[in-house]
Design a protein around this ligand. Structure first.
Ligand code: ADP
Ligand code: MG
Length: 829
């Protein structure tokens, strides 16, 4: 069937924007058709209809005036929306109205409303030659950064930056795309070359090219100029501690593994920032711990000064709380969409600077250089404190700012006064006591007389002309009133126009302060993070760490997050000691005793120290780690489509390939995802490899008791264990790290704690007894196998058929499946 002319126009425009949901303007609605309609109806929970009966094209629509909320919802869900407007007034043209896409809103380019102030919204362009060249910007703050890296570092960077949208010139390989998609799903291919923007001056040709790609995409979608984006800052990933995707995720730095929220993360501990800029920078500091000792020490020194002067620190916190989001305010000023309220917030913020400087001086911290913005405050003082949000309704400037404006205001005000005098005079002249002079938008000024008074009233006698008849009143106009009306309304209109003009001028002048304001915003953000460190350190009893290349010596260390969910007495502090001669700790201990907590705690403390914070210890002496690697059982690997065991091996590979003697490795129960023999052999081989070749500081927890014998052959390895006690047949966790290996793995005790059926527990104890009696001819490995709950299926005595039915194949690794199959077969033999 041939499409109607309008549908032909729709299809033509849609074909140029096929990766967007097209909002097609039809009168007072934006309509969506075909797949767009199906998607939008589902995501926005609006009704899906048909264009007409004969023509079953799916469609849905949202009213023009409430479209904003719907668009934000789609963007939040990772869609891109193209706004197609009518370019002509339908009443003035014959035939088809011209339509054009005027803006494309994408997750990386939103400027207003839905932006979360606690995080940056980054848009990133990636180009590949031998290496990857990346440029990323937050359009709302104007920040722009570029770097070059390998594929592996690219993934780490993505995990830190978490861009909400990625732009490429050519599609990524399937394999890389899968990895990238774990971080962001909005990947746009943008084929244009783009011209090199000023902001990329002086960069290498490829860095310029990728910045050009980024800018071209923004100009294309936003159709606005980008002068507010700052000069590109070049950085090297190597200047920061290297944390790969897995380490970031496993250590729950800014996002929890399971719920993907802030709760339970390291970031959640540092929740004392007072400004949005500080909050965003805090997140960056956690994602990017430093490796330069001078830089780290500089942060520690400032925190110490703040700790010493807590009264001044409190004052500083109060002043910071009065500072608004300068970065984004400045972004809006440059982008040309700041209103009077924004400028007033900017004024309040700048007004805090002298007060902040005063406290900084008392504390002994470097003050903020605000000399360049002194004029700004005076300039912004012209604004009325209660200015409206719209800049098109007047009421923006204070009296005395502009002479002509004051004159219009007087004219309008005097006119109003004159009107109330007129009301009094007319009442007396006509004898109608209830006569009113009033105004409405449609009819302008009028004199109103109620019906009750009309019968005795002769309009002509007083020169009244009828204007409008209501049910219970009549409205009139006089020559005098007409004249005054023209004067008052004229003045008001001129006043509003003039205020608008003056505001635009003022905003342009403020724009000149962009660079200075950004520098100030940056320093405020830093101060905010430092006072946050100080506040958190005081509140939680942290100490300043010192650095020592050769050893890691933590005294009474605690897990910063876990200790917060317990009372202070409950959390058991532990020591940690590793040095150049003894750099591997092999940790044993029953399930639930605290192995994982202990290992994470050491990693988190290292990260805290290197980001400039104090640490949850009684004393801490530590090396500066170049990288931290983790292998910690993650719960959600199934979601990413990789088997748990595969992820485990990928994480291990990352560590073994990249770690150096200056790194920290956390291996938590390596080998769990496969059969006992496989796992045990892999674990032992890895330990030996780290011991002989890498020599990284390593914490290795294991449930393979066989491994404790490695202490005899590997001189740099030491056994430690988490103590637990058996008391009246119950297991008591002491959570205390002790030298040596654990003797009993207490698996059945833990099973009892988990409230397994009593029959299972007693049967398991009996079987275990059997094994222990015949220990001499049973391999310890096999004992382990029986103790593993997931391997103990044959203890339940259920039929093979029943077992098969119960299998959750999607959740098994191939090796688990094979083992299971073998076990089932054994039962039938
Ligand atoms: P494992 O890895 O040995 O199975 P976890 O590290 O997961 O044990 O710890 C189990 C639980 O024990 C934690 O959720 C925590 O509540 C508690 N825990 C761990 N370490 C400590 C400690 N040092 N002090 C107090 N409670 C602890
Ligand atoms: Mg554990």
């Amino acid at each position: 069937m041939k499409p109607t002319p309008m549908m032909a126009q729709y299809l033509e425009i849609k074909s140029q924007h096929d990766d967007c949901i097209l909002f097609f303007r039809l009168g007072d609605f934006y309509e969506m058709f075909y797949d767009d309609a199906v998607t939008a109806a589902r995501e926005l929970e609006i009704t899906l209809t048909r264009r007409d009966k004969k023509n079953p094209i799916p469609m849905c629509g949202v009213p023009y005036h409430s479209a904003k909320g719907y668009i934000e919802k789609l963007i939040d869900k990772g869609y891109k929306v193209a706004i197609c407007e009518q370019m002509e007034n339908p009443r003035e043209v014959k035939g088809m109205v011209k339509r054009e896409v005027v803006q494309i809103i994408t997750p990386g380019t939103v400027m207003d409303g839905s932006l979360d102030e606690s995080s940056n919204n980054y848009l990133m362009a990636i180009l590949k030659d031998r290496d990857y060249h990346i440029a990323y910007a937050d359009i709302s703050t104007g920040e722009l950064k570029v770097t070059t890296c390998t594929e592996e570092i690219l993934l780490n960077e993505l995990a830190s930056i978490k861009p909400s949208e990625i732009i490429l010139r050519e599609p990524l390989t399937e394999e890389l795309l899968m990895k990238v998609n774990q971080i962001t799903t909005v990947v746009s291919v943008h084929a244009a070359e783009g011209t090199v923007p000023e902001q990329a001056a002086g960069l290498t040709p490829l860095a310029q090219e990728v910045t050009a790609l980024l800018f071209d995409y923004v100009t294309e979608t936003q159709k606005r100029d980008l002068t507010h984006i700052e000069q590109a800052a070049i950085y090297q990933a190597i200047d920061y501690m290297r944390l790969d995707l897995y380490a970031k995720r496993n250590l729950e730095l800014t996002e929890s593994i399971r719920l993907k929220t802030k709760k339970g993360t390291l970031l959640s501990i540092f929740n004392e920032t007072k400004t949005p800029m500080g909050h965003r920078l805090q997140k960056e500091w956690i994602e990017r711990p430093l490796i330069n000792e001078t830089a780290i020490t500089h942060r520690h020194e400032q925190v110490e000064l703040l700790n010493d002067r807590f009264i001044e620190r409190d004052a500083l916190r109060e002043h910071l709380a009065e500072v608004y989001d300068i970065e984004r305010l400045v972004g809006r000023v440059s982008f040309g969409n700041a209103n009077a309220k924004d400028l007033i917030q900017l004024k309040y913020s700048v007004e805090q600077l002298p007060k902040i400087n005063q406290v900084l001086q008392l504390i002994g911290l470097e003050q903020i250089d605000d000399r360049q913005v002194e004029g700004l405050n005076q300039m912004l003082d012209a604004l009325e404190e209660e200015a409206p949000i719209s800049i098109k309704d007047g009421g923006i400037f204070k009296t005395g700012y502009h002479e002509e404006l004051d004159e219009y205001r007087d004219a309008s005000k005097n006119g109003k006064q004159w009107l109330s005098q007129m009301q009094q005079a007319e009442r007396e002249r006509t004898g109608v006591r209830s006569l009113k002079v009033a105004f409405n938008k449609v009819f302008g000024y009028y004199i109103e007389i109620s019906k009750a008074n009309l019968h005795q009233f002769n309009a002509d006698e007083f020169g009244y002309m009828r204007k409008q008849t209501l049910t219970n009143a009549e409205r009139f106009i006089t020559e005098d009133l007409k004249e005054k009306e023209a004067l008052i309304l004229g003045a008001e209109e001129k006043m509003i126009d003039l205020e608008y003009q003056l505001f635009i001028e003022l905003r342009e002048q403020v724009k000149a302060y962009t660079v200075e304001l950004k520098r100030i915003a940056r320093r405020i953000a830093e101060l905010d993070c430092l006072q946050n460190f100080s506040q958190v350190a005081m509140k939680n009893d942290y100490v300043r760490p010192t650095f020592n290349k050769r050893k890691l010596q933590l005294t009474d260390s605690r897990h910063p997050v876990v200790e917060k969910v317990m009372s202070k007495e409950e959390y058991v502090p532990n020591d940690c000691h590793l040095d150049d001669d003894q750099y591997i700790d092999l940790i044993t201990g029953p399930n639930m005793s605290g192995k994982s907590t202990y290992m994470r705690q050491v990693a988190l403390i290292s990260i805290m120290a290197q980001m400039g914070s104090f640490v949850p210890c009684a004393a801490a002496e530590m090396p500066i780690f170049d990288q931290i690697f983790t292998r910690i059982g993650a719960a959600d690997d199934l979601v990413s489509g990789q088997s748990t065991f595969m992820v485990e091996m990928l994480e291990a590979r990352n560590a073994l390939k990249n770690a150096t003697a200056d790194s920290l490795i956390i291996f938590d129960e390596i080998g769990r995802g496969t059969s006992t023999y496989d796992g045990l052999s892999l674990a032992q081989a890895m330990i030996e490899y780290v011991h002989d070749h890498i020599k990284a500081k390593t914490l290795f927890s294991t449930h393979y008791h066989e491994l404790v014998q490695l202490e005899d052959t590997l001189p740099a390895l030491e056994n430690i264990h988490v103590a637990a006690k058996e008391y009246n047949g119950e297991l008591i966790f002491l959570h205390k790290i002790m030298p040596g290996a654990v003797e009993n793995s207490y698996g059945i005790h833990v099973a009892r704690l988990a409230d397994l059926p009593a029959e299972v527990i007693s049967r398991a104890s009996a079987i275990l007894d059997q094994f222990e009696k015949t220990e001499s001819n049973v391999q310890p490995v096999k004992t382990e196998q029986v103790r593993e709950p997931q391997m103990s299926f044959d203890l339940f005595g259920s039929s093979v058929e029943e077992e098969l039915k119960q299998l959750d194949i999607a959740r098994m690794t191939p090796i688990e499946a094979l083992l299971k199959l073998q076990a089932l077969q054994d039962q039938l033999k």
